[in-house]
Design a protein around this ligand. Sequence first.
Ligand code: UD2
Length: 312
Amino acid sequence: MTQYLVTGVAGFIGRSIAAALLARGESVRGVDSFITGKRANLAGLEAMDFIVGDLTDPAVCERASAGVEIVFHEAALASVPRSVADPVNTNRNCVDATLNLLVAARAAGVRRVIYAGSSSVYGDTPTLPKHEEMSPNPVSPYAVAKLAGEHYMRSFTRVYGLETVTLRYFNVFGPYQDPTSHYSGVLAIFCRKMLAGEQPTIFGDGEQSRDFTYIENVVQGNLLAAAAPADKVSGRVMNTATGSAITLNQTFEMLSGLTGYRGKPAYAEPRQGDIRNSLADIRLAGELLGYAPEVDFREGLRRTVEWYRQGA
Ligand code: UD2
């Protein structure tokens, strides 16, 4: 039986991957430090073997990797503004943690590591859509850290023969995403605020655009990346997104309809380190994994609002 490890399992992406694996009857271990992960997100994952620990500690990586065949590495300090405020901590939790995990995975005989990459590595180049052949051009310390992780993945494939796959996620959203921190993803924040009748704030003019990707598509990408033949995918990097983008102003309008919020957004200064436009070319993941988004933005947003409404 394949033993899977999901790092960052109390975060919303990690918990969603673990839930999908458990639903298939797989054997799953999860690890989380609860720096940003939430204990409540572990509800429903009781069948999983869970370790509380921080991947910046090599001993935790060792324990977590023992007997594992495939790792989904979702743990990170995921936020551009958090990295602008504290680049050292972002580096520690994204880069040091990833390197520790790779070292432990190799020592434990793990076959494959699938890495949560980020669209932020493309930076603010005008070319759209972003495709994998483009040179990365990270702006924020967060983007630099996520890119360093990618390079470590490829290095471990080239030097040690560990199978690695990087999936560059584009603005993932959906149920279980923490809406309570000002470092949270914009859709989680807007859903919480607008359902509560509070005014959301748009940083900048609202004409920035994102390829917002519903969580189920990302889970699907990960399961495909775990199953794909090594000669096709090992050492590769691919976008995981929908291939369409929407502005924040348009998103606000859609959310007004879904939440019943009647007010206008507040506008504030653009955020430091922000990217203006982001849109993915998803053909490579289609070719290598057979990936195609199953849930579009509108449907994903509808399900997400319903989830927050139930919780509210
Ligand atoms: C980046 C990555 C994304 C993922 C994420 C992890 C890009 C294009 N995307 O997302 O793939 O790695 O980092 O955190 O680099 N905003 C508001 N009001 C708010 C909060 C945010 O207007 O209350 C704006 C924000 O200024 C930005 C947009 O919404 O223009 C999206 O912000 P975000 O923090 O949700 O995600 P982003 O794009 O930094």
